[in-house]
Design a protein around this ligand. Structure first.
Ligand code: SF4
Length: 239
């Protein structure tokens, strides 16, 4: 079955499912194959991380350390992983040789944000996901832009992407974090409702969009990790 049709069928099957049901199915769906959670350990990441920890603590969790992150994010990643008992958190960093040839002084983000994201995010993630048939993201429709019509299951390249929180609201996320007494990213209380790399993230004011502080004054709204890839299909994945 073509992947696009497969994703559409899964969306129909799970049109009334809650996020935990979607996750449980996705993690054991032999037609998708191996599935990883890709987490930024950002402002709302702890919701999916907590759900995953309750389903299977051995689920691979991929964390992209671009080497441009806030110290608070690195500390939060370690704290949350330990608190939730996650056993397979994979910290992925940019390729050393590529950094030396393409961004030796760490200033590429000032000249070309797309090239910098490609070097520090897209390519490392593409490598990290090679053996996986699908990956889970924490994107939500309320974040707007390209995410406004986000489905729960989608085809991207030759992989299935699962967005269990696609239909969640900001209030749903806050309620879940409160209900489960989950630790918050320390920068949220300091005016950062969306947190990426330090040079490309600013505070937002109350009247602004949640992601307004990302690549401020730039047309860029997405980091580019939602790439289209032609990697070979893995065992168990549908065609
Ligand atoms: S968000 Fe900024 S610093 Fe981070 S990889 Fe992209 S351009 Fe580079």
């Amino acid at each position: 079955m073509p992947l696009k049709e497969f994703a559409e069928r899964r969306n129909i099957l799970h049109r009334k499912s809650d996020a935990q049901t979607v996750l449980r199915h996705a993690l054991t769906d032999v037609q998708i194959g191996k599935v990883a959670l890709v987490s930024s350990f950002g402002a709302e990441s702890v919701v999916l991380l907590h759900m995953i920890s309750e389903i299977d603590k051995d689920t691979p969790v991929i964390f992209l350390d671009t080497e441009m992150l806030f110290d608070e994010t690195l500390a939060y990643q370690r704290d949350v992983s330990a608190k939730l008992g996650l056993t397979d958190v994979r910290v992925i960093t940019p390729n050393r040789n590529a950094l030396l040839t393409e961004d030796v002084d760490g200033l590429l983000h000032q000249a070309d944000v797309d090239a910098c994201c490609d070097l520090r995010k897209t390519r490392p993630l593409e490598d990290a996901l090679q053996d996986f048939g699908g990956w889970i993201t924490g994107r939500k429709q309320f974040q707007g832009g390209q995410r406004a019509t986000l489905p729960v299951f989608e085809k991207e390249g030759r992989k299935i992407k699962i967005n269990p929180l696609a239909n969640w609201t900001r209030d749903d996320l806050q309620a879940y974090m409160t209900q489960h007494n989950l630790p918050r990213h320390p920068l949220v209380a300091k005016g950062y409702p969306s947190i990426g790399c330090m040079p490309c993230t600013t505070r937002v004011s109350d009247h602004e969009d949640q992601r307004a502080g990302r690549w401020r004054d730039s047309e860029k709204t997405e980091c580019g990790i939602h790439f289209d890839t032609e990697t070979p299909m893995t065992q168990g994945q549908t065609a």
